[in-house]
Write a protein that binds this ligand. Structure first.
Ligand code: 1CP
Length: 352
């Protein structure tokens, strides 16, 4: 389905902002920059607003989710807002008992491991996504010319939380299921792809101008497993978003060996973590794919001259790609000093 005529990118006199131009492969006058996890615990104004409200409840309260999304845009002058939500929101909205445990992450009341567990996963009623649509509408109305990025978790990363029951370093049970019971695996990933696909679609239809698919934990997979057991499901998750014609970004941690395969699921831009220099990432992608990344989040805690030299290096290597959006190589750490993030934005806008 095409975008509704009320979508901001279809307004009279719409001029694509630098972020969208870079995602399309152009080089705008200033290099765009935003940060994964720019909303959230690094900001005192976020911590204040969240007091007494559960994380997933905050995501589903449109006024609150909208305000939290806007906080880092106002403070840092970044080139995009990233919608404040979580990859497990569609899981919760389908009726699965999942919560975010502080200091840990998403935890399920009952892990999903057997064929019966997978068969019992409930369908997601599209009207359950109404608070997400409303939060996006409120946010886009406030953002003006700054674009909003919508996002979703990729089926593998989502499935890893369902199977493990919570955050896990190596996703051992998840990868065991992939091989021991391919039928159950495929049914589980299809369920994940469908709920996450409509979650992303809802944000884009409501006014987000680009989408990012986070396969954060795909780096635990071999290329062969990724290609055979994961990529087709990621592709399926992106189908509704692709039909809308907005730029799509794909990101994972430790996915240097998977970059080309991840690009192949049908996205325009590849996010790169801090391990792989951008010029090498670009080479692995044939020099034709816009890149996003890849400041090492660890260096946010380094003295400014050290960080500045690192950011210069990221900008220099990023010139190997057709276009570059500066970001971190993963999310903002909760204890990051927010004034350092603002300084990076100023530096990138002045020197990028
Ligand atoms: O600015 C933003 O980016 C805010 C929006 C956002 C996004 C894009 C949140 C809010 N979560 C996410 C995506 C997300 N959630 C990912 C993909 C990105 C990534 O790799 O970091 C993943 C893996 C999750 C799962 C999740 N939710 C974790 C990771 C746990 C683990 O397995 O290691 C955690 C800690 C959460 C909770 C969460 N989500 C978002 C915030 C701000 C928080 C912390 C909640 C709090 O305030 O305590």
């Amino acid at each position: 389905m095409p975008l509704d005529a009320s979508h901001p990118t279809l307004a009279d006199g719409y001029v694509a902002p630098p972020l969208i131009r870079a995602y399309r492969g152009e080089r705008p006058e200033t290099t765009p920059v935003w940060f994964m996890r720019q909303a959230g615990r690094s900001l005192p104004e976020y911590r204040e607003l969240r007091v007494g409200t559960d994380m997933l409840d905050a995501c589903l309260t449109p006024e609150l989710a909208s305000e939290i999304t806007l906080q880092p845009v106002r403070r840092h002058g970044v080139d995009a807002g990233i919608f404040f939500s979580d990859i497990v929101i569609p899981v919760k909205l389908a009726g699965v008992d999942v919560r975010i445990v502080a200091g840990r992450g998403p935890v399920l009341a009952e892990p999903v491991r057997t064929p019966a567990d997978v068969a019992a996963l409930p369908a997601l009623d599209p009207t359950a996504l109404d608070p997400v649509r409303e939060a996006v509408r409120l946010t886009v109305a406030q953002l003006g010319a700054t674009p909003l990025i919508g996002f979703a978790g990729a089926p593998y990363t989502l499935a890893s939380y369902l199977v493990e029951g919570g955050p896990s370093k190596e996703q051992l049970k998840t990868r065991a299921l992939m091989h021991s019971d391919p039928g159950t695996w495929s049914a589980l990933l299809t369920w994940c792809a469908d709920i996450t696909g409509v979650f992303l679609e809802a944000q884009l239809e409501a006014g987000a101008s680009a989408g990012q698919l986070f396969d954060s934990w795909a780096g635990s997979l071999s290329l062969a497993d990724y290609t055979a057991h994961v990529a087709p499901h990621s592709s399926r998750a992106l189908e509704p978003a692709r039909a809308l014609g907005v730029p799509l970004v794909h990101f994972g941690v430790g996915t240097g060996e998977l970059l080309a395969a991840m690009h192949g699921v049908g996205v325009d831009v590849m996010g790169v973590d801090w391990r792989l220099p951008l010029d090498e990432a670009s080479r692995r992608l044939g020099g034709t794919v816009p890149l996003q990344g890849n400041i090492d989040p660890a260096l946010l805690a380094a003295p400014w001259p050290v960080l500045e030299a690192h950011v210069r290096g990221v900008l220099d290597r990023g010139r190997a790609a057709p276009a570059h959006v500066v970001n971190l190589g993963h999310g903002v750490p909760p204890d990051a000093d927010p004034t350092v993030l603002t300084r990076i934005v100023e530096f990138v806008h002045a020197h990028g």
